[in-house]
Design a protein around this ligand. Structure first.
Ligand code: PAF
Length: 273
């Protein structure tokens, strides 16, 4: 396992590799969700590289940048055991310079849903992902479906800028009780964690109704809201894969997205239909 802190050195290393490169970008605090992305990247490519970087430009003022979990030593061990070839762990200064050009998220799809609650968040995500794609020379890049809006915007950036990387969507990994894995779950108290189970329950209930033929989003929304009763719901959204609002589910091309606040923790989850 090689570890790079310098952007140029990492770029040189990936450029010299022969064969395909599977890339897993992360902010560290690796959990089963990340491990499943790494396993897939390893299985489908000649080389597997991971980045670990808590990207400051995607956090808004007052968000959890300072307290975001950092577990560098444990993360290195996990990568080593998973057979990762190289980790890129830059400092902020190694990745960002003064007065740089930025990638700006699309006007509409980048500023609705999470982008409305966190304006500028996706500008930061797309900017760092562009840098990481350039340095990783990735053939395939692996992203979890849990961050659906992020994934769709990255896919849009790749097609708009003709980037030579294939984006691989990977299923959300859940705890046994249904809670979607997230590095932010560690912020939850036991009581908050059991409250958080309503999120996946509401999505699974909508999925079951859709399975029985209910395709109208209004009753689906009502059932979900009743299961999320007592929770601070930021949004429940029914969208197509371009994040345009829909009134009727179309199997194979719809998404249900949820964001809630439990205590001071913001959680998101979704169902790809
Ligand atoms: O999903 C994440 O962990 C981050 O948003 C990403 C893609 C690594 C960019 O910082």
């Amino acid at each position: 396992l090689q570890i790079f802190h310098c952007a140029k050195e990492f770029g040189k290393y990936t450029k010299a590799l022969r064969g395909t490169i599977g890339f897993v970008p992360t902010m560290g605090a690796l959990h089963e969700g990340h491990i499943s992305l790494i396993a897939r990247a390893k299985a489908e490519n000649d080389h597997c590289v991971v980045s670990i970087f808590v990207n400051p430009t995607q956090f808004l003022a007052g968000e959890d940048l300072a307290k975001y979990p950092r577990k560098d030593e444990a993360d290195k061990k996990i990568c080593e055991l998973a057979g990762v070839d190289a980790i890129f762990m830059p400092t902020i200064d190694a990745l960002y310079g003064h007065d740089e050009p930025k990638i700006i998220a699309p006007n509409v799809s980048g500023y609705i849903l999470d982008g409305e609650r966190r304006p500028g968040h996706f500008d930061g995500v797309l900017t760092v992902v562009m840098k990481l794609f350039m340095l990783s020379n990735a053939t395939n890049a692996y992203f979890g479906q849990k961050d659906a809006q992020q994934l769709l915007l990255i896919r849009k950036m790749v097609s708009s800028y003709f980037l030579p990387v294939n984006i691989v969507l990977c299923p959300t990994v859940r705890e046994k009780d249904g809670l979607a894995m997230s590095s932010r779950n560690i912020y939850l108290s036991q009581e908050e964690r059991s409250k958080a189970l309503c999120i996946s329950k509401s999505l699974f209930a909508a999925g079951a109704l859709i399975g029985k033929g209910e395709l109208d989003c209004k009753p689906l929304d009502a059932v979900m809201r009743s299961l999320l009763d007592g929770i601070d719901v930021e949004y429940i959204a029914f969208c197509d894969r371009d994040l345009r609002k829909i009134d009727h589910i179309e199997i194979g091309s719809s998404l249900i997205l949820v964001a809630v606040r439990i205590g001071s923790t913001r959680l998101i989850d979704n169902l790809w239909i």
